[in-house]
Ligand binder design. Structure first.
Ligand code: KG4
Ligand code: ZN
Length: 404
């Protein structure tokens, strides 16, 4: 690790994973640990907020100790501490925030609050400890973020600058997967369970409705969920069985076929709208992030669309799509370099949006003037140089961006 680059200690505890990571230069993971609570919440079939917060308290210190031990780094050696401040579960967020504040205060390190969704986005920039260097996504780009609580499509013309193209008007994509998983009796979390069941489907012809919401980039998944429920109940009634969330009593091969039909409907709409946005904004790259981005069918569909357009596609490996500390280190580096700092007033923001609707002022734009802006510009220029060295690309839009 080069000590010329800024080293961020990052903490994530917004939902049901306790993540701690050391990330250098906004991209390179030095070490990370994720303590998953999946087994804790599985019996209830969903996240129990009180249990989640207590599990964060239990695991946050061991996770930090593991990361520092693996990296051979002490807290006084880090340049800043980044912590997820929202959106998420208030009690869970508060564990990470209180912990980060205590570390920052005790070790006199600067603190920065990070938006969890910005973390999911910046996960596409991350490099694993041993991964070869590769270029960062070029701008302008289109990014789809699909998690358990959020689903939205944005255009990015520069770092930290977002234009909202569309978002879900009801359920998030991950939420839809989780509900469908319950309906089919597949357990929690539904996303990976549906994907696994779908992969086993022998007949691939189950058609469930798509809500296209034409002429918008918005998404809707609640009608699909209702259609799946009707289908399951109808088939159970035909077989003379009671309905309800009892799809487990459908034949496993039929469950697989319906799982495939459900996944296909979600992937179809997500991929089609993302690729239309790519065309209409003349994007130079496609980025995918959030827990649902670990879905193989979704990755393959968007990858194929990007390849057909000759565009690079950036998606984290599945373990970095779901919640983790490293993504907060990547986004936190940008906020840190842009001069943002949080103090003891930093609080949990359970409903903090990443992007405000069109026209609303963005209060978190990084500074465009002064010493912080110059430092940030220099850091981004170094990133561009590194990317150019790695690819031999001498021009392109990053340089134009600098001249703007
Ligand atoms: O981003 P994330 O870890 O947490 C939130 O910020 O919400 O996303 C969790 C969501 C869950 O709804 C889960 O079912 C979904 O991501 N998910 C998947 C897959 N793996 C996780 N959905 C579809 N296919 C997958 N392979
Ligand atoms: Zn998340």
């Amino acid at each position: 690790m080069s000590r010329r680059e800024t080293l961020i200690l990052a903490i994530e505890s917004s939902c049901d994973e306790t993540g701690v990571a050391l990330v250098v230069g906004g991209r390179r993971i030095v070490a990370q640990a994720v303590a998953s609570q999946v087994a804790l919440h599985a019996p209830a079939g969903g996240i129990m907020p009180e249990l989640a917060a207590r599990a964060h308290v239990r695991w946050i210190v061991p996770a930090l100790a593991e990361v520092l031990g693996t990296a051979g780094v002490t807290i006084p050696e880090v340049d800043g501490i980044a912590v997820t401040a929202g959106p998420g579960l208030a009690g869970s967020l508060l564990v990470g925030i209180s912990f980060a504040k205590a570390l920052a205060w005790a070790h006199e390190r600067p603190l920065v609050g990070v938006n969890h969704l910005e973390g999911h986005l910046y996960a596409a920039w991350l490099l694993d400890p041993d991964e070869p260097e590769r270029p960062a996504p070029p701008f302008p780009l289109v990014a789809l973020v699909v998690s358990g609580g959020h689903t939205f499509l944005i255009e990015m013309r520069d770092h930290l600058a977002y234009r909202l193209l569309g978002e879900t008007v009801d359920d998030a994509a991950g939420e839809a997967f989780d509900k469908a998983g319950r309906l089919l009796g597949l357990g929690y979390p539904g996303g990976p369970a549906i994907a696994a069941a779908a992969a086993d489907a022998r007949r691939r012809d189950a058609v469930l409705p798509r809500a296209w919401l034409r002429d918008t980039y918005d998404f809707s998944f609640s009608g699909l969920k209702t259609a799946l429920r009707r289908q399951v109940e109808g088939e159970l009634a035909e077989a003379g069985q009671p309905g309800g969330e009892a799809g487990g009593r459908l034949d496993p091969s039929r469950v697989s076929e319906l799982a495939w039909g459900f996944q296909e409907a979600v992937v179809d709409v997500l991929a089609a709208k993302t690729l239309r946005a790519v065309d209409e904004t003349a994007a130079r790259a496609v980025v995918l992030g959030g827990g649902v981005a670990s879905n193989e069918a979704l990755r393959a569909r968007i990858a194929a669309g990007a390849t057909a357009r000759g565009l690079p596609f950036f998606v984290p490996r599945p373990g970095l799509c779901t919640d983790n500390g490293a993504m907060i280190g990547a986004a936190g580096w940008h906020r840190f370099m842009a001069g943002e700092r949080a103090g003891s007033e930093l609080g949990a923001r359970p409903a903090w949006p990443l992007v405000r609707p069109a026209g609303a002022p963005d209060t978190r734009r990084p500074p465009r003037r002064g010493a912080a802006a110059r430092t940030y510009a220099a850091a981004l220029a170094a990133e561009r140089d590194a990317a150019r060295d790695a690819t031999g690309d001498a021009g392109g839009s990053p340089a134009r961006r600098g001249a703007r």
